[in-house]
Design a protein around this ligand. Structure first.
Ligand SMILES: CC(C)(COP(=O)(O)OP(=O)(O)OC[C@H]1O[C@@H](n2cnc3c(N)ncnc32)[C@H](O)[C@@H]1OP(=O)(O)O)[C@@H](O)C(=O)NCCC(=O)NCCS
Length: 256
């Protein structure tokens, strides 16, 4: 994934359609569109889950490091997390992420972490096709720290099976909530989290961003003469909702 640098006038820049998860900047006669690296924090209640397994699931071991690194690279290399990154830097980052997980630098690694594996025909060895690596952060918060499935195995329920197995394990040891984070622009991850039942935690900055985005879209559509009555009503209602949410979260922040 790459940032975009497009020559245009400032007037054209102001009127271009925007996506919430990209940053839009203008200098030297060009629009510079790059990822807004904003992490959304979500949480899900721990309750027993059925597991539909399209592959084998097992616990994570030190010997899995090399395959975890290569799987991480395969899954993340085209994601918004690594937009504009050179291949070597992605490899270094993948190595660090996995090594730091095992070393406990990202939090205490949890035994509920799971790998998804399939046997490689003819070789007799296992291929790691996905992982859910969980850590315990300060205040005993359980976090789904790293989640990935290699592209060839995506959309087959692997991540759901991995996270369900991890959640069932947490349930047995009395954990009540699992947290997770994803980048605002990682649409696959956002869709997966929502489907699994993760809910966004209250976030004032994010609520302000949603509100600003809706206001800008209303202004933009009006300016280019493309604002239908239906769209106006929808956007005004969206703005009202976000304004109310912002006011509510500001009150909570004032009390803290
Ligand atoms: C996000 C990711 C882990 C999902 O893994 P997966 O095994 O494909 O997910 P599942 O098959 O369990 O998907 C369950 C549901 O999540 C949603 N979902 C998952 N991937 C989706 C996608 N690419 N687009 C839209 N919805 C998606 C769907 O509702 C899906 O159900 P469906 O297939 O019946 O429609 C995988 O896409 C991935 O590894 N991405 C790159 C790395 C990454 O972004 N990790 C998460 C970082 S926080």
């Amino acid at each position: 994934m790459r940032s975009q640098h497009i020559s245009m006038t400032i007037e054209e820049f102001e009127l271009m359609p925007r996506k919430l998860w990209w940053k839009y900047e203008y200098w030297d006669g060009q629009a510079h569109i790059s990822p807004r690296h904003y992490a959304v924090t979500t949480s899900v209640e721990i309750r027993p889950r059925p597991i539909e397994i399209p592959c084998k699931l097992r616990t994570v071991e030190q010997k899995d490091k090399p395959q975890l690194i290569s799987g991480y690279i395969a899954a993340f290399k085209d994601s918004i997390e690594y937009c504009d990154w050179a291949a070597e830097k992605i490899t270094t980052s993948a190595r660090e992420a996995i090594q730091d997980f095992f070393a406990g630098k990202r939090g205490k690694p949890l035994p509920s972490s799971r790998l998804a594996v399939v046997s490689q025909l003819g070789i007799g060895s296992e291929l790691v096709i996905g992982a859910a690596l969980l850590v315990e952060k300060a205040n005993q918060v359980s976090l789904l720290d790293i989640l990935f499935v290699i592209p060839e195995w995506q959309r087959q329920g692997v991540a759901t099976a991995l996270a369900s197995a991890a959640v069932n394990e947490l349930y047995h040891v009395g954990v009540k909530t699992l947290k997770s984070r994803y980048l605002l622009g990682n649409n696959e991850s956002r869709a997966w989290h929502q489907k699994f039942g993760f809910v966004e935690e209250p976030d004032l900055a994010l609520a302000r961003l949603y509100c600003y985005h809706a206001k800008h879209e209303l202004w933009r559509l009006e300016k280019i003469g493309n604002l239908t009555e239906m769209k106006r009503v929808a956007l005004l209602s969206e703005i009202d909702q976000w304004q109310a949410r912002v006011a509510e979260l500001e009150k909570i922040e004032d009390l803290m």
